[in-house]
Write a protein that binds this ligand. Sequence first.
Ligand SMILES: C[S@@+](CC[C@H](N)C(=O)[O-])C[C@H]1O[C@@H](n2cnc3c(N)ncnc32)[C@H](O)[C@@H]1O
Length: 351
Amino acid sequence: MDKDKIKSFAEKVYGDMAGAMAMGMAYIGVEKGLFRAMAGKGAMTSADVVAASALQPRYVEEWLAGMTAAGYLEYDPDATTFQLPDEYSYLLASEGTDHFMGGLFHFAPVALSIAPKVADAFENGGGVKFEECGPECVKALDLMNSGQYEQRLPSYWLAQMPDVVERLEAGGRVLDVGCGVGRVATTIAKAIPDAIVIGLDPDRESIRQAREAASAAGLGERVTFVANTTRDYEAEEPFDLITAFDCVHDFAEPVATLEEVRSLLSPEGTLFIVEPRAGDRLEENIHPLGAVYYGFSLFHCMTQSLANGGPGLGTCMGPAKTEALVRQAGFSRFERLGIRSQTHLFYAAKT
Ligand SMILES: C[S@@+](CC[C@H](N)C(=O)[O-])C[C@H]1O[C@@H](n2cnc3c(N)ncnc32)[C@H](O)[C@@H]1O
């Protein structure tokens, strides 16, 4: 055996464990406002951070040490001060923007908390249902994507489909399938006030949160949320746009659901699909984002589809499989859109 190879792999394993611990510490940093308390403040002593965050001194002290060891903070041993560089706070203390990365920290503990159940499923089959992942999971999914949806959906993504926007501005109808907490629906409703917007999701907790958020944003009258699947949903009229963000790979019956989606579209209507950015072949996904997505798949996407008797397509479904499913569901036109994103792929399909 190559001893250097053993040594460097052991270092990698420590590095991965460090990454897992950093996720947990950074979760606290976002959840308890520690990154916010340090953003733009320059060098701070532990006492400064305690004062700025109003949190328990000993916890803050250990968190500062841990985040320093993990490379999230810069430390000056002479002055015993800690600094969150502006470049880091751009990513960590920027909730609501399209560059906020803190949603990942929320998803990590949720995903890993179901690892024992997933391990059982390796042996016994089945999986872990979406609703078993709890309200924290719903919140984490929203935190990971909401900034991008709010900042990019109307101004950049929808703008690639001017015919769709025109129809919505003339009072057209939008259905967001797998709407989660409704961020896509409320974002479209805000941007296009004349559009009629409906969000649909079988998860009752997500729909509860969606209704609550829409009413807090003053959109309660303009957006309707329905706790249902497309199978049992009876629309009053066909839709000009149906969006399916980050959910086609989750479906337990992907072709049947896409067929139902097709039947809900008007003849000129568009299905707009957003999926995680992954290649069709494993060798295209051997990089950190690939590892993140395969982890999401095992601890969430694939397992919840398998739990419902589905095929468990997985987070890294890729463009070829997406097109095959859409065409199998009877759509005649399928196009991969040239929207740039480090994390997502975009497709439009027509009946
Ligand atoms: C990863 S979440 C994405 C939520 C939201 N679209 C977003 O991008 O933040 C996937 C969602 O798909 C929903 N879902 C799963 N199967 C579904 C189905 N057959 N019909 C509609 N929604 C479904 C889940 O309940 C969940 O809310």
